[in-house]
Design a protein around this ligand. Structure first.
Ligand SMILES: NC(=O)c1ccc[n+]([C@@H]2O[C@H](COP(=O)([O-])OP(=O)(O)OC[C@H]3O[C@@H](n4cnc5c(N)ncnc54)[C@H](OP(=O)(O)O)[C@@H]3O)[C@@H](O)[C@H]2O)c1
Length: 281
């Protein structure tokens, strides 16, 4: 059986985290292909700007943007978004769960909040979207879902203790769901980008290898959504090299990552800062 490949005539495309970066560029790309794209994020003004930009492109765009505000950490919000799509706009054909936050973690200054927020948005946020989307697609007997993870989910990297952990969990989640979703006529894919130039990565204090633009990322994702492969990853030379790195014995892996990032030579994160005493002291 051929896997279902969504097309604009099948219904709505829903993108979470579409107010900036990859999600925003993908929304414009899919609208340009003729989709009605439902966009979700917390920042209503940015979503309205995106809609205005799409309207400004006029009939040349082919599709349109539907603004459906919501916080992915709030399960009720996501149920409402899905209900709006279903009852006001039509069937949900394609869902791209893209909303995410990157909070760098330094072991010298561990903060519970960084882990809690990362897990709430990147992991539980996807679950909150997934539950109503799968229920809806099961009822329709078809649908396509893509989860945005990251190559940082392949293996541990400096500062990735929270972010990378959520992305590793998403990779496992998508792989595990595929076994059942295949039998339900619902196609699931995993999107693992390398570095993309977005507000999230602009705060990085290191040169990002093989950095691509959001337009390039959107083009790669759009092309991948039409192909049969489970994983959509780009730029391939960089992401395949990272994948290969994770097949190495740990001793070699840690040595190579330290060497490639220069991490071992960097000062500790608490360097020059006063050490916070333990509350018991
Ligand atoms: N940039 C990269 O190099 C890269 C590489 C690999 C993977 N990724 C992944 O790609 C995805 C998009 O990242 P990006 O780089 O495009 O980041 P971005 O520009 O910071 O965009 C993140 C999006 O997520 C939304 N978001 C955050 N918290 C939310 C919440 N609680 N509820 C709803 N929406 C929320 C933001 O909207 P609001 O703030 O308006 O809610 C925004 O639209 C993320 O999952 C990221 O992990 C990025």
């Amino acid at each position: 059986m051929q896997d279902f490949v969504a097309r604009p005539e099948h219904g709505i495309a829903w993108i979470s985290g579409a107010s900036s970066g990859i999600g925003r560029a993908l929304a414009l790309k899919l609208a340009g292909e003729g989709y009605k794209v439902a966009v979700t994020a917390r920042d209503h003004e940015k979503l309205a700007e995106l809609q205005a930009e799409a309207n400004g492109l006029g009939s040349g765009l082919g599709g349109s943007i539907i603004v459906l505000d919501g916080d992915v950490t709030n399960a009720e919000d996501m149920e409402h978004v899905l209900a709006s799509i279903e009852y006001e706009h039509g069937a949900l054909a394609l869902a791209v769960f893209n909303a995410g936050v990157y909070l760098p973690v330094h072991a010298e200054e561990l903060r519970r909040e960084d882990f809690e927020q990362s897990f709430a948005v990147n992991l539980q946020g996807v679950v909150n979207c997934l539950v109503p989307a799968v229920r809806h697609m099961k009822h329709k007997g078809q649908g396509q879902i893509a989860i945005v993870s990251s190559v940082t989910g392949y293996g541990g990297l400096p500062t990735g203790a929270a972010y990378g952990a959520t992305k590793a969990a998403l990779i496992n989640m998508a792989e595990s769901l595929k076994f059942d979703l295949d039998k339900m006529g619902i196609r699931i894919q995993l999107i693992n980008p390398g570095f993309v130039d977005t507000p999230a990565t602009r705060k990085n204090e290191f040169p990002m290898p093989s950095l691509v633009s959001v337009e390039e990322a959107a083009a790669q994702i759009s092309a991948g959504l039409k192909q049969q492969s489970f994983e959509i990853t780009f730029p391939k030379r960089f992401t395949f090299a990272l994948k290969a790195l994770n097949l190495l014995p740990y001793s070699l892996y840690f040595w190579l990552v330290n060497r490639a990032t220069g991490w071992q030579e960097r000062p500790r994160a608490d360097h020059h800062r006063p050490v916070t005493p333990h509350p018991a002291e």
